[in-house]
Write a protein that binds this ligand. Structure first.
Ligand code: ADP
Length: 631
């Protein structure tokens, strides 16, 4: 092989050599004897020098190539590291719960995390395509807010926090809190914004506000209910003012119906009571738009087939049909379908239901709580009125019955005393006849004693009958009261008592007594009775001293009869006015026990009162009032 061909083989081999060893191998292959050949001619030497230069160049290239590879590997490693860092950063960036974006002044974004894009409704692809522009997405009224924040952030070099709104892609406004940082590693960005969605917070606040509002509404409802109740009450009070004496239940029901209809304009109100197998219409108010309906109702509804009436009567609770079903009151016929809404209430007195009140409306509307309250209040008041009427009716019935039996008793006492006097008189005269006939019966002391007993007994009986008769006459033979000179009447009473006054040495002083309106005979009887008792029940140790005083007090004259007698223990202060009630044995103090009963009856007949005061031992004072005489 010639030197020149070896040289070209070497050049080719060296061009492909990628390492020092390959250079070495290429040299060895082309120049097996090496490059140092002392015996070489000038031409060969030159070729060998070229070969050496080629090898040197190849070695230098190979070395450079090796260095470049290492550098590239290093670069690649760094690049991989950087990418990993970037990925980690992106992951953190995107996972942040707040939206983060770095933006430019023109509104374009350098960076934006998922939360930011989500908040505004954009995809990452759209962002990458440049579709998200924070300036454009900010409503104009917030533009200045942004620039102001930016100026402050840049000026202070610190984060600025403020609130603003942005428009979601859908157009919805999104309230947000922005924390703006002036610097960012991306040079062309003016700042980076951390954005927090304020909507959940605002919604919570709104929820709270709504709750407050709901509470307010509830309060309003309660208020309306209260107002309704008051209104119903007022109406009822107004209408029932003249009903205080009304005892006819149907008049009361009618009034309640008038109230119901006036409170629910355009309604009709019916009231039913059970009658055999029917609900009988007892009262109705309001304008029936279907006259035929009223005619049907008048002929009665079948019990058990009129839900509106049956149910409240059975359950004793109100029954509301917001949408009235005509099929539930079959017996009323088709005309009832003009009624669209109903409310029915049991009407009871005590525990007993007596009927059912039904309110029907011609328009379909659900009953409001206030309306329910209103109607329930009306029914409640109706029940109270009915109960009151029932009670006062009962009271009046009893008073009447009492009056009747009193009158009968008086008649009986009158007739009986009259009729008893006759046989008594004959017993008395026969006893006297016997005395006359048998000459005083001296020879037979027993017979004389019996006869005395008979005489005493008949005398007592006569007194009793006389007193009863007087008692009965107080009301049986009334005379109209007239002006009486009380002093003159008292003087005649004293005249009648003269004998007993003289016998006992009584001192009776009558002070000036105002004139009264009274039945003269009864007034004399009254004074005689009281003064007589004052003397009769004298103390054994002192002569009787009696004073009679009088004083006008408004329309009344009070007369006091005071004595220094035995007095009356307080426990008997009422009992002594009861007929036949006496505190002493007959042989101690005579009497029938009717006198004070008559006295009280006389006073009460005149509208006055009679009572006693006494400490039980130092005399008694009988007080009485009679109407003062009018001039
Ligand atoms: P009578 O005098 O016929 O017994 P009254 O009806 O007049 O019946 O009186 C009833 C009772 O009241 C008398 O029995 C007597 O006990 C008592 N009484 C009445 N007046 C007096 C008086 N002035 N002082 C004490 N007791 C009296």
């Amino acid at each position: 092989m010639s030197v020149s061909s070896s040289l070209s083989t070497l050049a080719v081999a060296l061009a492909e050599a990628a390492s020092a060893a390959q250079v070495q191998a290429a040299l060895a292959a082309s120049f097996p004897g090496g490059l140092s050949r002392p015996a070489a001619g000038p031409e060969e030497r030159e070729a060998l020098e070229v070969a050496a230069a080629l090898v040197g160049a190849a070695l230098a290239r190979v070395e450079a190539q090796g260095e470049a590879r290492v550098a590239r590997r290093e670069l690649e490693a760094r690049q991989a590291e950087g990418a990993a860092l970037q990925a980690r950063f992106d992951a953190l960036f995107n996972a942040a719960p707040v939206g983060i974006a770095a933006g430019r002044r023109d509104g374009t974004l350098v960076r934006a995390n998922d939360a930011y894009l989500d908040l505004l409704g954009f995809t990452r692809e759209e962002f990458q395509a440049g579709a998200v522009n924070w300036v454009e997405l900010t409503p104009p009224e917030f533009t200045e807010v942004d620039w102001d924040a930016l100026r402050r952030a840049i000026g202070d070099g610190r984060a600025v926090r403020y609130e603003k709104e942005m428009r979601h892609r859908s157009g919805e406004r999104i309230a947000q809190e922005v924390t703006l940082l002036p610097q960012w590693e991306v040079p062309e960005a003016v700042g980076v914004a951390y954005v927090r969605d304020l909507r959940p917070e605002r919604a919570a606040a709104l929820g709270h506000a709504l709750e407050l509002q709901a509470r307010g509404e509830e309060l309003e409802r309660l208020n309306a209910e209260l107002a309704a109740r008051t209104e119903a009450l007022e109406r009822f009070a107004e209408l029932s003012r003249d009903l205080a004496l009304e005892r006819d239940p149907l008049v009361l029901v009618g009034r309640a119906q008038e109230i119901a209809v006036s409170l629910m304009p355009g309604s009709v109100c019916t009231y039913y009571e059970p009658q055999g197998g029917l609900w009988s219409l007892r009262s109705h108010r309001g304008e029936f738009r279907q006259p035929e309906l009223l005619a049907r109702l008048r002929s009665g509804l079948t019990r058990g087939e009129a839900l509106n009436v049956d149910r409240p009567f059975e359950t004793l609770a109100p029954y509301y049909q917001d949408t009235f079903d005509p099929a539930t009151v079959r017996s009323a016929g088709g005309s009832i379908s003009v009624i669209r809404t109903t409310a029915s209430f049991p009407v009871r007195t005590g525990a007993r239901p007596r009927g059912v009140l039904v309110v029907g409306r011609h328009d379909q509307r659900a009953w409001t709580p206030a309306e329910k309250t209103l109607l329930e209040t009306v029914v409640f008041n109706l029940q109270l009125a009915l109960e009151r009427a029932e009670q006062s009716g009962e009271l009046q019935r009893r008073a009447l019955a009492l009056e009747r039996s009193n009158a009968e008793l008086e008649r009986f006492a009158f007739v009986a005393s009259h009729d008893l006097q006759e046989p008594l008189r004959s017993v008395t005269s026969f006893a006297q006849l016997l005395v006359k006939r048998f000459g005083g019966l001296e020879g037979d002391p027993k017979a004389a004693q019996y006869l005395r007993h008979i005489q005493e007994g008949t005398q007592r009986m006569q007194n009793l009958i006389q007193d009863l008769l007087t008692y009965a006459r107080v009301t049986a033979e009334p005379r109209p009261p007239a002006r009486q000179d009380t002093n003159a009447v008292a003087a005649t009473a004293l005249q009648d008592l003269r004998a007993s006054l003289d016998a006992t040495g009584a001192v009776v002083t009558v002070f000036d007594l105002p004139p009264v309106m009274a039945d003269g005979t009864q007034l004399r009887q009254l004074l005689q009775n009281l003064i007589g008792n004052a003397v009769k029940y004298r103390h054994p140790d002192r002569p009787p001293v009696v004073t009679v005083t009088g004083e006008q007090r408004g329309p009344w004259v009070q007369i006091d009869v005071h004595d220094n007698g035995i007095g009356i223990p307080s426990e008997y202060h009422e009992r002594i006015f009861t007929v036949f009630q006496r505190l002493h044995a007959r042989d101690q103090y005579g009497g029938t026990g009717v006198g004070l009963t008559i006295a009280r009856r006389i006073v009460e007949r005149h509208g006055g009162q009679l009572w006693v005061s006494s400490d039980g031992s130092n005399g008694s004072t009988f007080h009485l009032t009679l109407p003062a005489a009018t001039d």
